[in-house]
Design a protein around this ligand. Structure first.
Ligand code: ZN
Length: 259
């Protein structure tokens, strides 16, 4: 039901797609997936999430271990940018305790004081170590017609938060200017590559999942429609990826800039 192929009860592969940006001598990580502490103690993530998603808690797949495997030092990750703070995105924050964690203020507020319907999505233990939060409000910049907030202007990389609320309260995309054009990490603003197509195409399982897990359905649909418009208008200038589509991860790993 998630892959759009195979038997209805067959398991589908889902990924948590993080970005590592090399900017001068510093590293910037966009989202952290699950972290080493999640692998050591999966119970710190809610039961409902684990029962549905059945995550593979393999420490070798955590961002910090993958950065080491690239021959880089996790300690050089000075900045983490978060699309949102769901348990499958914020689990590795504790692996980068000295980094500044850039977050949209509305998302941090929702994660720290979740309403009833948002309670099961966040795992407060993932930030119990006290990250160095850097919060942002609505921005005044524009990026291809979207509201945007420029991050880290002193860094040798152009990175911006693009508010795309709906999936969660303060959900954002992250735009990165690469040598091959703009890359927009859309987080969980969509889940399947077909959702960027016009007309939109989405396997039934992801359709149900997104409806069940949305904070604001109207905003989510509106922002997804805007992303389809962006793709139609400037699809050759902007590459869009989401967090959980495995084919998008594999395609990005084949492209040097995104990899
Ligand atoms: Zn997610």
């Amino acid at each position: 039901m998630l892959a759009g192929e195979g038997g209805w009860l067959e398991r589908s592969k889902v990924v948590a797609h993080c970005l590592l940006i090399e900017a001068g001598g510093e590293l910037v990580l966009v989202d952290t997936g699950f972290g080493t502490a999640d692998c050591a103690d999966p119970k710190r993530i809610g039961h409902a999430f684990r029962a549905f998603s059945v995550p593979i808690f393999d420490e070798a797949e955590t961002a910090t271990r993958q950065i080491e495997a690239l021959g880089l030092a996790p300690g050089d990750v000075r900045h983490v940018v978060t699309t949102h703070l769901d348990a499958d995105h914020a689990g590795g924050l504790g692996d980068f305790p000295d980094a500044q964690v850039h977050v949209f203020g509305a998302e941090l507020a929702a994660a720290e004081h979740p309403g009833v319907r948002d309670r099961s999505r966040y795992a407060k233990a993932q930030w119990a170590h006290g990250p160095h939060w850097v919060e942002y409000g609505p921005g005044g910049d524009r990026w291809f017609g979207f509201e945007s907030i420029r991050l880290l202007p002193d860094l040798d990389a152009e990175i911006a938060l693009i508010p795309l609320p709906g999936h969660s309260t303060g959900h954002c995309g992250v735009a990165v200017n690469t040598p091959d054009g703009w890359l927009l990490h859309c987080g969980d603003a969509f889940f399947h590559r077909g959702e960027l197509e016009t007309p939109m195409r989405c396997p039934r399982g992801w359709r149900i999942f997104q409806n069940v897990n949305q904070h604001d359905g109207e905003a989510r649909h509106r922002n997804q429609e805007r992303l389809r418009g962006l793709r139609q208008e400037v699809g050759d200038e902007v590459t869009m990826i989401c967090s959980h589509d495995p084919e998008m991860l594999e395609a990005a790993q084949r492209e040097p800039a995104a990899a």
